[in-house]
Design a protein around this ligand. Sequence first.
Ligand code: FEO
Length: 431
Amino acid sequence: MKDEIGCYPFHQNETLKLFQVKFKQNDSTESGILHEEIAMNRRKLCDHVYEVGAIDWNRRLFDSLIPLPDGTSYNAYLVEGTEKTALIDTVEPGKTDQLMRKLCDVEHLDYIVSQHAEQDHSGAIPAILDKFPQAKVISSEKGKTMLTDLLPINPDRIITVSDAEKVDLGGKNLEFIYTPWVHWPETISTYLVEDKILFTCDFFGSHYAASELFTDCDPVVYEAAKRYYAEIMMSFRSVIQKNLKKIDGRKIVMIAPSHGPVYRQPEYIINAYKDWISDSVKNEVVLPYISMHGSTERMTEFLAGELAARNVKVRLFDLTVTDLGKLAIAMVDAATLVIGTPTVNIGPHPLVFAAANLANILRPKFRYISIIGSYGWHSKAVEQLVNLVPNLKAEVIEPVICKGVPQSKDFSALSALADKIAERHKSLTKQ
Ligand code: FEO
C-alpha cells in the first residue's frame, strides 16, 4: 500500500522513514535532499543506466546448501530511454523495500525484464506491478509459464519475446538473447545495444556483497564466481558452451550479472568460464572423507602423501567441518575423485552419501574415481557409492577397503592406487 508521497513503506529502514517524514513535513529543499539520498543509493553504470537492487551483506547460505562467506547481492538495473523506461530483474522478496526506495522517484515504468523466474530475481515483480499499473513484464515463452507458476502475476501483464527480438526505449535498444539453462530452461540475457552492456542474471554471477559496483581482475571475485559456477552452473557445461558461442564476436563493454559486481573487463570472466567448461582436467585429486575411529583418516592422509610424492596435487575435505562451496570449487578442474568412507552398518557414512550425491548432481568432469575406507564386519560401501554417481561417467580405479585398522598390505595397496592415479594423469596431460 502506497503512502502519501507515492512510495511503499520501508519496513526495515528507519533512516529512510525519517527522510520520508522530513520530506512530507518540509518544502522542496527537503524534497531535494530525499532525491539526493535516492540518487546516492543508485549505482551508475553509464548515462541513464543504474543498478538499483539490494546488497545482502549477511546472507550465509544459498539454496539452504552452499555457504556464502561474502554475502551476495540481487542486482536490478534501471534503463531510461527517451521514450520508455525498463527495469531488468528485481530482487529477493525480503529485499523489496530496498528496490522500492531506489525507484521512489520513477514516475513511469514501462517494462520489467524478467531474465530468470527464480525468486531471488523475480520475487519483487508483483510489488513492482502494483506500483506501476501500466508496466508489463517481458520474458521468454518458458519464463511466462514459470513466472505464473511461482508468483501471483496476471499472465495478461506478461509479454514474451523471441530470441534476438529488440525493444526500443528511445535511444536505448534492448536485445533479448536466449541463453537457456543458466541455470533454468527459461533464462535469457539482455544486450543494451547502444552502451554495449550485456545483462546476464545468474550467468557469470558471483555471490559477493560489495559497495563498489565494478570489478576488474579481482581474485576474490574470481573465487566467488567460481564457487557460483560450481554450485549453480557446472551441471550445464555443454549448454554454456553454446551460450558462449552466441555472445562471441559481440562487442561487450560490461557484463552486468544479477549477483555480484559488474565486470568492466568482460573477457576476464568469459575466459574463466571457457576454462571451467573446457574438456581439459588438471593433475589434481579431490578427496572428501569421513573417519569415525581414525582408520579412514590414516588411509586418507597416507594416500595424500603418496600422491604428493608423485607430483599429483591433492585436496582433502573432512566432511564433518568442510565448506561445501570449497569442495565444489575443487571439483571444477580435478581429474580424479577419491572418496574416503568408514562403513556404517553395511553402507557408506551418511555424510559421504550426501557428498557423493552432490558430486553426481553437479556433474564435474572427473575422469577417474576411487574409494578408500574401512569396515568392521561387512561392507557394501563401494557398490553403494558407485551406484550413487552414474552421472560422472568416470573410470573406477580399484578401491582400497580394509577390515579394521589399516595394515601394511593396505598401505601397499594405497601406494599402488597412487601409482595408478599418477600414471593416468600423465596420459591426460599428454592429450
Ligand atoms: Fe540467482 Fe537462479 O537465481
